[in-house]
Write a protein that binds this ligand. Structure first.
Ligand code: ARG
Length: 414
């Protein structure tokens, strides 16, 4: 152990992480704090805010670009059709990526501790620490450990003359990355409160723009091109966020069951995620067999739950990925998606792997592969056999019981 102690802080320049800087020195006796901001596709303004705040705090500040890694993670989530209670997991998928990037800086800079500004109520503390507790660094969570409230933080910042501007964008707590934008807190905490349009930044009011269709090309489950134009992951997601967002696609207003058991009201915007998830599932509908689709639903559900927990590193996920990747070998083709009325609706799909025989399904052909319509007669006779039998047996048994009861009462009358 050196006598100099150095701590790396996940730094956004927001209120929570700003108050952490002096608190780490005062309450935890760390001589040196470094701030790390990880780029997972936040708006430029957030980096400006972080840089300005760091400068005002005299904080050594690192910015790490993890956009590509994060974009690949998002597209992996598409392969597993991943949503949690309807939410495409933007924050959840980003946290481990951010945590890894900060850990790398902390180790490079010989830090002995690592810190976040998360509260003790949310999911993010768990997702960060799941990554960090795998290292030798001490994990510190000042907001949680000191039991801080927003109000206390405001007052403390005022006393210390810390550079905070009354929180970002009013009183809402906002988390933005490539995959989703989340808005929570203040009035929105009341599940009955109808949010005003101005909570939305990525999505226009649906139904105002003229209907539009696009074609998305997938290769082994991964979207690679829009309208035949190939794009790398980051660019493809950004392009769709703009386009689908202009059609008001991908708003979610939900009650979310957090890991600690709290139920919270959440609002999200995720135009690209919704578009890609819908298109991907439509293509799977064409190329996977019925039983593959049914089993994959269970695999997808498990995958999404681990993603929500920030535990995609779990051995279970490796096993799930084995199944997902095998199925995705056939998920190559093109899906036409129509943007209409706030929906991204798949309206056409094509693939060389289509498990589809037009002549077999068509109303216009009488026999296919030597199977004639009339061959279904035997199947139709058997269909429902067990249910019919069960219902009949039950009816007979009830009648017998009723008869016995009548006989019994007849006897007692004598
Ligand atoms: N509840 C979501 C999750 O746990 C997102 C929370 C985002 N944070 C925020 N301050 N808006 O994944």
């Amino acid at each position: 152990m050196t006598d100099q102690s150095k701590v790396a802080l996940a730094f956004s320049g927001g209120l929570d992480t700003t108050v952490c800087v002096p608190l780490l020195e005062e309450e935890y006796d760390h001589d040196e704090v470094i701030g790390v901001t990880v780029d997972v596709g936040q708006p430029e303004s957030e980096f400006e805010e972080a840089a300005e705040t760091a400068e005002a705090l005299d904080l050594e500040h690192y910015v790490v670009d993890a956009k590509d890694a994060f974009a690949e993670q998002c597209l992996d989530a598409v392969k597993a059709n991943a949503t949690y209670q309807g939410y495409p997991l933007g924050t959840a998928l980003a946290r481990p990526v951010i945590a890894e990037a900060i850990l790398e800086v902390a180790e490079d800079e010989d830090c002995d501790a690592i810190t976040h500004g998360c509260t003790g109520k949310g999911n993010d503390q768990l997702r960060f620490e799941a990554v960090w507790r795998d290292s030798d660094l001490e994990v510190i969570a000042p907001v949680r450990e000191l039991g801080l409230t927003r109000e206390w933080e405001m007052e403390y910042a005022d006393q210390k003359d810390l550079p905070v501007e009354g929180g970002n964008e009013g009183d809402w707590s906002i988390d933005t990355n490539l995959w989703s934008r989340s808005v929570e807190g203040d009035d929105l905490e009341n599940p009955g409160y109808v949010p005003p349009e101005d909570i939305y930044e990525w999505t226009e009011t649906p139904g105002q723009k003229e209907i539009e269709t696009i074609e998305i090309t997938f290769e082994e489950g991964k979207p690679v091109a829009i309208d035949s134009q190939e794009m790398p992951a980051v660019q493809l997601i950004e392009y769709l966020n703009d386009l689908a967002g202009s059609h008001g696609i991908g708003r979610t207003d939900m009650m979310e069951d957090r890991m600690l058991g709290l139920k919270v009201r959440e609002n999200y915007e995720h135009p690209a995620a919704t578009t890609l998830l819908n298109a991907h599932e439509a293509l799977e509908g064409l190329v996977l067999t019925e039983e593959e689709r049914a089993f994959k639903k269970q695999v997808d559900q498990q995958w999404a739950e681990k993603a929500y927990e920030g535990l995609l590193s779990a051995p279970l996920v490796d096993a799930l990925d084995g199944f997902v990747d095998t199925t995705q070998e056939k998920v190559t083709g093109t899906v036409t998606v129509k943007f209409e009325g706030g929906q991204a609706r798949p309206v056409g799909r094509e693939s060389d792997y289509a498990v589809y025989s037009e002549s077999a399904a068509s109303f216009n052909t009488e026999s296919v592969d030597g199977i004639a319509q009339s061959d279904a007669t035997g199947v139709a006779k058997y269909h429902g056999f067990q249910s019919r039998l069960a219902n009949e047996v039950t009816a007979n048994a009830e009648a017998k019981k009723a008869e016995l009861l009548t006989d019994g009462s007849g006897e007692s009358e004598e």
